[in-house]
Design a protein. Structure first.
Length: 272
């Protein structure tokens, strides 16, 4: 998914050019009272280049920066679908047994703060961690103290419809047990997050995510290209090869304790 700002600018410019061309044709045809061309709409400003600052600059590991071509092929027929279940078990066990987990959590939390400061979301979707996932909520509680204008939301799933919605939640508010052992907010205010933190069991460097297999995030993100997605994972869960299924939604960023991956990794400028 992409933000589409450049595309919007190009389309607007194209409309202005066509309008001007139409006016020129009318004048050349000798029309007595040519209608004035419509006033061009103000062109949108391109967003400023994002910057991430801090004592520990992130390492860009976008696909274009890899020294050796990655083995990952999103359409490889050699990667059987049933292997996804094996991968999930392997990666979950790997992250749960990390010997330096606390250090990695601290590093990932610091990098998440940097990304949030760069993105400045007004509405932010997060998640309640399970099975060794990185828990973003303590970091978000800290960040929200300096950014109270941001509305935080957590997912609530409907097992009957297999759909997911995001409900406004404030740190400290009670949560209730939900399906699959995931805690859910108890409120009733629906939110459409502009930025969404997405848990990843595994990932490939182009932003392809391996989830738990329920498809909730893929269904939620289908048709919502405007949502900016930030996958969260540990570096040990990077996959050199992962089959891409038709419903898979690529992440704009995948953030780990040691770098940035994904579609938008190249657009961030690092400053000391």
């Amino acid at each position: 998914m992409t933000t589409g700002a450049a595309l919007t600018l190009a389309c607007t410019a194209g409309a202005d050019t066509l309008a001007a061309a139409g006016a020129d044709c009318a004048n050349a045809s000798g029309a007595d009272s040519p209608k004035p061309s419509p006033k061009p709409r103000a062109r949108p400003k391109l967003p400023e280049q994002r910057k991430i600052s801090g004592n520990n600059p992130l390492i860009l590991i976008g696909r274009q920066l890899t020294v050796n071509p990655p083995l990952y092929d999103p359409l490889s027929p050699e990667f059987s679908q049933h292997l996804r279940a094996d991968l999930r078990r392997e990666l979950i066990a790997k992250r749960q047994s990390l010997p330096d987990l606390e250090q990695r959590q601290a590093e990932l939390a610091a990098r998440l703060l940097q990304v949030l400061d760069a993105l400045e979301p007004e509405t932010l979707g997060a998640y309640c961690a399970i099975r060794g996932e990185f828990d973003p909520l303590p970091t978000l509680e800290k960040w929200l103290q300096s950014n109270p204008q941001c509305t935080l939301a957590l997912p609530r799933v409907d097992e009957a419809t297999k759909q997911m919605a995001f409900i406004a939640w404030t740190p400290g508010e009670p949560l209730r047990p939900g399906p699959y052992g995931i805690a859910e907010p108890m409120g009733g205010i629906s939110v459409a997050p502009a930025t969404l933190l997405v848990p990843c069991v595994g990932f490939a460097d182009v932003g392809l995510r391996l989830g738990y297999g329920g498809g909730y995030y893929d269904r939620y993100l289908a048709g919502r290209e405007e949502v900016y997605t930030v996958g969260l994972s540990y570096a040990c869960c990077e996959l050199q090869q992962l089959d891409m299924q038709p419903h898979d939604q690529l992440m704009d960023l995948v953030l780990t304790e040691d770098g940035l991956y994904g579609l938008d990794a190249m657009s961030l400028t690092l400053i000391d």
